[in-house]
Write a protein of this length. Sequence first.
Length: 497
Amino acid sequence: MKNFRLICVLFSVVSFGACSGSSDSGATAELDKAVYDAPNLLFADGIEPGDAAQCEAPNGQCWYVDAQAPSGGNGTYSAPYNSFEKVVGYMDAGNDYHSGLIKGGDYLYVRGTFGAEAGQLHLGRGFQGGTPSNPTVIKSWRGFPRAVFDGGHSRSDLIVVRALSDDLSRGVVIRNVEITRAAGRGIYVDENVEHVVIEGVVAHDGLGDGFSGVGGGVLLSMVSASHDFTVRNSLFFNNRVDPKGGENNIGGLSILSEPEAKNGSIVRVYNNTFRDEHIAVRHKHSGRIKMHASGNLISDSDIGFYVRALDNEIDNNQLVRVGTAFMLVAENQKGDAYANIHDNDVLDSLVLLDTGYDSTGFERRVDFTNNFYSSSRSVDGIIQLGRYGSNEFDTDYWNSAGNTFEFDESNSTFLYVEGSAFSAGEAEGVLGDSNLSAEQVQSGAAISQAEYVSEDDYSEVVEEDFPEEFELPADQSPEEQERFRNFFENWRWRHRG
């Protein structure tokens, strides 16, 4: 059943405050601001509590690496290594991998800043990975700031996990590290890896070439095994492309999938924050995998989700100031695809959903339910089904119910299908939706007064109504007030009466 609640209003969406770009002089301030604006980041201050000297590996050995340690260490807490070659391994000049001492179930603690000259942290063999219940863990020292891997825009693949086809890597966790200025990819999970969890990672200011391959803050390859990958409670921002190249194949989080991925393969994208990205979550090719993305906050990005996997569930995300929230692309598609998109909020943005260019003829079935869209920005097609000149999108595969749209009907078109624009009233006939209707409601002033709080009332309302998990700072600077206002206004949209 196709059922929209459509509210065409003339109003002005309150700006939540644009995010400033990063620069060398303000890199620390920008990172601090980004972390502050990432409500679900694991260990927001970058410090995991606990005793660094205590080994956490239940069935393995603990290894310590400190970028500032003197040479001659043995990998213990009291005498850490200062590089990764002995404990992890290295690639020689002939591109052959030499494995180190680490094995499945071990813990590798890293501390300090590792520049491009430090080389890669490279787990290159299956026996170096553990199991889902007893994984190999890479993490920062407890009680110390998160370790930094800085590629200087000259090195790609700062942390790599891969294995051989006859020796799969079955369990790796990467936790609480910072990846910055990678030249292409920050964390690269390559072929023959079955189970990976990436959590509490900050990946920012990566720079890809935009011409070939797949880049981003994190790249997951789901091309060769039964994959179970999770990326959660992490922060991605300003991972983009070199201006010399096209904006292709780059995402804060990139997912490469192929039909060779085995049935049941899944990637979970939970409770992450993406800011100032070209594409927040970007699929390359269209393997036989499922993506479940939930609880993510995406803002100030060109595209939120660029989807090509054959099975997708995208729910309970917030997208603010994005160009296109959901793009479902059939170019290079290798089978019929399904997207279940529900219970998302899209605010102050342009296109809500675009089925993209189709060069294959495979179907894209879409269930679009209980989503909320509110924007005063001008757009020719809040929903865009099909592109002019591509294979037609079959509207019989489009199902919607319970959605709410608030937009300015005087400057925006509701529906765009195969090169033609349709108003809300006309969309009923195009989609065969007898329940679709347009309703003129409150004026802009009334909407603003009803849905937003003034600066004078801000502190009082937050103290009374804001969720308990968010605490107002004792000493509020104007910048802190603006950040919390951002959180609060998003929450107000979510819990409107």
